[in-house]
Design a protein around this ligand. Structure first.
Ligand SMILES: Cc1ncc(COP(=O)(O)O)c(C=O)c1O
Length: 454
């Protein structure tokens, strides 16, 4: 059967005028050619409605860690739906797949993080973490200990509370529940630490955090929430030792540490969880989603410590929290099959090697005039473009530099995500060396083209 590709694209885009895209310029999308319809996917590639095969340089949305079209995951979902399509984990109910997944996650999570509450998105996982902690402090007779410390440059999701914890730049013109959250300094040495060594910058960040804690009163602060590497807020790697030091600071002040591993878990940085193995911090709560199912089903997890669990499951407590799809059988089956695949193919371990090649290749683009900084780690990278390399002068939003370079890359067969002056790369973790090298070649050619005609 031959596909009439042009009619198909028109059909899709006509229907699509009823769809509201997320984080999009909806006015701009009204132009007929502004949207890309992805119609199929396999391995490290996706195919658009015009028949173009593109390297999926953003892994769907930082999530298709195991690669597209993995039969093992698809079959596990189908088998689960044939056996038990749906039952809830409300009240006294459970089912074997959610139970087995909770046990598996508890085995993989560091330290005494042994209890798992499921949700269906990273935003919900983060909201859940805060709700659970607030209840925990109520149970301990500390009803005032409710404030949340987050950071400039953070991205924690777009439910009302998750957006309040996200960097304010993301809610321009939108309201947030801003009475609970305080943002600490962004830990970006290249932009924020001018004139300081990385070690001096770290000291400054810690001093700032300490001052904010003293000012707000530790007795009013529930937690600090942090992505190990800030992703959608600009791909920011904190100074060496930052999380371990912040962990110690929080412990001193009896402030709980939440690591948002929605992106960094399940192999993206070469480990199942990055908090302890990569950044040396033992959190009280880890939230995760995305790579947990490699995107095959919507699922998130809020993983809490034994100490918190003991309080919220104590005599007289009621856990008044949950979503209809918490621990959905098909999503739980997808996650179990995804983790089994990762274990069988050693995907995180392999990513330590191939991810380093990806990182090093991208770092090699730093010689280009437009490139101010290449940053990130393994399969989580960002390239920031500047007008003047020496002075680090940013482009204006109307220059649309990220967008122009991403379009040039897409024309050459690569999807990369523009974020203002930054290009984000977060591909599948199963890329071959050839695909990795092709990605950096396309990026070099695309940046060079735009550099020639900015
Ligand atoms: C670090 C981080 N936390 C939370 C979220 C929100 O996840 P979701 O979009 O599944 O709600 C994201 C999404 O990109 C994220 O990158």
């Amino acid at each position: 059967m031959t596909l009439d590709i042009s009619i198909r694209t028109d059909d899709i885009l006509t229907s699509d005028s009823h769809l509201i895209q997320s984080f999009a310029n909806l006015h701009g999308l009204k132009q007929q050619d502004a949207r890309t319809a992805i119609v199929s996917a396999n391995g490290a590639y996706v195919t658009d409605s015009e028949g173009n095969k593109l390297i999926d340089g953003i892994g769907g949305l930082w999530c298709v860690n195991a690669g597209h079209g993995r039969k093992e995951i698809i079959d596990a979902i189908t088998e689960q739906l044939n056996t038990l399509d749906y039952y809830s984990t409300f009240y006294n109910f459970t089912h074997p797949t959610a139970a087995a997944l909770a046990k598996k996650i508890a085995e993989l999570a560091p330290g005494h993080l042994n209890s798992v509450h499921f949700g269906n998105s990273g935003s919900v996982a983060n909201d859940s973490a805060i709700r659970i902690l607030h209840h925990y402090y109520n149970r301990l007779g500390k009803p005032n200990k409710k404030l949340v410390l987050s950071r400039q440059g953070a991205y924690h999701g777009s439910t009302y509370l998750a957006m309040a914890m996200t960097t304010p730049a993301y809610s321009d013109g939108w309201d947030v529940a801003n009475n609970l959250v305080h943002h600490l300094r962004c830990p970006h040495h290249w932009r924020e630490g001018d004139g300081m060594t990385e070690a001096e910058f770290l000291k400054a960040l810690l001093a700032d955090a300490k001052a904010r804690i003293e000012e707000l009163g530790a007795e009013n602060i529930a937690c600090f929430i942090a992505e190990p590497i800030q992703g959608a807020g600009g791909l920011i790697v904190p100074p060496e030792g930052y999380h371990a030091e912040m962990g110690a600071l929080c412990r001193n002040y009896d402030i709980k540490y939440i690591t948002d591993e929605v992106v960094t878990a399940f192999g993206r940085l070469g480990h199942y969880f990055a908090s302890k193995d990569v950044f040396g911090v033992q959190p009280d709560i880890i939230t995760t989603a995305k790579g947990l199912t490699s995107g095959y089903q919507p699922l998130s997890a809020t993983i809490i410590s034994d100490e918190i669990h003991e309080v919220v499951s104590g005599d007289g407590a009621m856990f008044l929290h949950g979503m209809t799809y918490s621990g959905h059988p098909a999503a739980s089956a997808a996650a179990l099959a995804n983790i089994a695949l990762m274990e069988r193919d050693q995907i995180p371990q392999r990513a330590r090697v191939t991810g380093k090649r990806f990182e090093n290749n991208l770092r090699g683009l730093a010689d280009l005039d437009l490139v101010g900084e290449v940053r990130g780690s393994h399969f989580m990278m960002g390239i920031e473009f500047v007008k003047d390399k020496e002075k680090k002068t940013p482009f204006e939003p109307e220059d649309q530099i990220g967008l122009k370079i991403s379009r040039a890359a897409q024309d050459r067969g690569l999807i990369a995500r523009p974020l203002g002056n930054i290009l984000i790369l977060s591909p599948t973790l199963i890329m071959t060396e050839e695909q990795i090298d092709r990605t950096s070649d396309i990026l070099r050619d695309s940046i060079t083209e735009v550099q020639g005609a900015p």
